[in-house]
Design a binder for this molecule. Structure first.
Ligand code: ADP
Length: 257
């Protein structure tokens, strides 16, 4: 894989206590900088803006109002990108920030503008760091129309930038035959090559692709990429160095291929 997208979830960036996981931010910067050094083109899709915003304001609960969450995202995003920028710089790597909405890819003009930015950054060996633009779009915040913590956005970015592989880092080792949080006997599925209603039935209790929730949006992302002959790997982001293992083709996580 020469052009890859890495998506990291909030759980890998913020501890349950609300503290920022500086170790993971540093490790991620280290791993992605080394990959760039080896000539790979890397795009990072990072969640975590609201989590960092909560931390900045010493809040423990996510506010109910969407506007308050947008404000938190605005505070958190600038701090998050500052932390990334600093850690990447430590490894001699430059980054550029892209705050996107899903619909920029629906219009030819804005789509072309965004793709030109990606291409230019990647050609200059700069890592684009992408997040949803929460002050403009509330898809991610509004639970009724929830797109799922950047899962969909990362699949769209992988597809539109013609990347070969999406590495999705979550708080779970991969895709299981039932929700492992509720069933201790759940078994990891190491490879999925076809996604159908049965696959969706394994994700959570609702068993519907229209339900919300962690695994459903990840399966929708995988479904899209498989159909385009791209690959997705779902792995645990507890140690971002797992990205090296994935790129070495080791059997970690779940390969959607
Ligand atoms: P992230 O914030 O990293 O995107 P999510 O919380 O959205 O992570 O999604 C991961 C969660 O999905 C897991 O922690 C697990 O509780 C839940 N889940 C539901 N069904 C499954 C399944 N079949 N296999 C693995 N995880 C599942």
């Amino acid at each position: 894989a020469n052009r890859i997208v890495v998506k990291i979830g909030t759980s890998s960036l913020i501890y349950p206590s609300g503290e920022i996981n500086l170790r993971n931010i540093d490790q991620l910067a280290f791993v992605l900088s080394s990959l760039c050094n080896q000539g790979k083109q890397v795009i990072l899709v990072s969640s975590g803006a609201i989590g960092v915003g909560l931390n900045q304001l010493s809040l423990t609960e996510r506010p109910a109002s969407i506007a308050a969450q947008q404000a938190l995202a605005s505070i958190g995003q600038s701090k998050l990108i500052m932390m990334f920028s600093q850690r990447f710089e430590h490894y001699g790597q430059k980054i550029g920030q892209l705050l996107l909405t899903h619909d920029v890819f629906d219009y030819p003009q804005s789509r072309q503008n965004v793709l030109n930015t990606f291409d230019e950054l990647l050609q200059q060996r700069i890592i684009p760091v992408v997040n949803e633009n929460d002050s403009v779009a509330v898809d991610e915040l509004d639970h009724k129309t929830r797109f799922g913590d950047n899962d969909q956005l990362s699949a769209i970015v992988t597809s539109r930038t013609n990347s070969d592989l999406l590495i999705m880092l979550s708080d779970i080792d991969g895709f299981y035959d039932m929700n492992p949080l509720k069933n201790p006997e759940a078994a990891l599925i190491s490879q999925v090559s076809q996604i159908n209603q049965e696959t969706f039935n394994l994700a959570g209790d609702k068993g519907s692709r229209f339900g919300t929730g962690g695994m459903v949006t990840k399966l929708l992302a995988a479904e899209r990429l498989i159909n385009e002959n791209r690959q997705m790997v779902l792995a645990n982001g507890r140690d971002p160095r797992v990205i090296f293992n994935i790129l070495d083709g080791e059997p970690v996580g779940t390969w959607f291929t």
